[in-house]
Design a protein around this ligand. Structure first.
Ligand SMILES: [Zn+2]
Ligand SMILES: [Zn+2]
Length: 271
């Protein structure tokens, strides 16, 4: 009897596979991918994605718009006003954005794959708030390509942590998912325990840069044994003002880290 059952089950599974073969779709526009690829992206999105390109802040990786380009201002979503700064003359000659020229930055350098707008912005939003965890390996593949385009020697990888209360509410940390996948791709050591968030800070969206820095002061803790004498690569989904990355870098350096580099999927300037 069980043989008949097994045969029927196999037949049914084979029929299902015929009727509904695996379907792969673009992570950005949901168009069907006829040839699946490691970044899960269709050719038309690949051509239109807002990659950071060649003009960016040498410190924090913020993209500069080409000269004469219109600033996509008044881009209000989720209560945030987002824009990319048009590069002024000083940016072009110095290579640093206004924030990095005027504020102390504790990280050595940050690079980002995309400008935080359009399709990548929507994907990150879904990864962060929409439980779309399946996006992490594809976005990590983009991070990996960026890392390999200009590799730096690092001893370990950490993710920007969530406070445990926030973690409980959300159920996962998107930066952790990205860091875990990226480390596996690059055969780097991932140490989630090296960095933790010890104070639950208020959300930063409505705060000015100065208030953000004060809000974050002393909010993280690093494990000296893990990071002492090490070069650390910090992973996050988005760099906004860079206040979080700078505070994380300060915490890691106080615990003895020698260099702190950052890698984020996207990078935004906020007005
Ligand atoms: Zn697409
Ligand atoms: Zn900068």
């Amino acid at each position: 009897m069980s043989n008949v059952k097994d045969t029927l089950k196999r037949f049914w599974q084979a029929t299902l596979a015929e009727l509904a073969p695996d379907r792969y779709s673009c992570i950005f526009c949901d168009a069907e991918l006829y040839s699946p690829n490691r970044v899960g992206t269709c050719p038309s999105c690949t051509a239109a994605l807002p990659f950071v390109g060649d003009a960016y802040c040498l410190k924090c990786g913020k993209p500069f718009l080409p000269e004469g380009a219109e600033r996509p201002l008044s881009h209000v979503e989720d209560g945030e006003v987002l824009f990319l700064p048009a590069a002024d003359d000083e940016q072009r000659t110095s290579g640093y954005c206004a924030i990095c020229r005027h504020r102390e930055r504790h990280f050595d350098r940050v690079r980002s794959v995309f400008a935080y707008q359009g399709a990548p912005r929507r994907a990150i939003y879904r990864l962060k708030y929409g439980n779309a965890r399946y996006l992490a390996p594809y976005l990590a593949a983009y991070l990996s390509d960026l890392y390999l385009s200009d590799p730096i020697a690092v001893d370990l990888v950490v993710a920007v942590p969530l406070h445990r209360d926030r973690y409980r509410t959300r159920g996962y940390n998107q930066a952790h998912l990205l860091a875990q996948d990226l480390s596996a791709r690059l055969l780097l050591e991932y140490k989630p325990e090296a960095l933790s968030k010890t104070r639950n800070t208020q959300t930063q969206t409505s705060l000015s840069l100065k208030d953000r820095q004060e809000n974050l002061h002393g909010a993280f803790a690093a494990d000296k044994e893990c990071v002492h004498g090490k070069s650390v690569l910090v992973i996050d989904d988005v760099l906004t003002t860079g206040a979080t990355m700078s505070e994380v870098a300060l915490t890691l350096k106080k615990a003895g880290a020698v260099h702190v580099y950052g890698l984020t999927v996207a990078n935004v300037a906020e007005h």
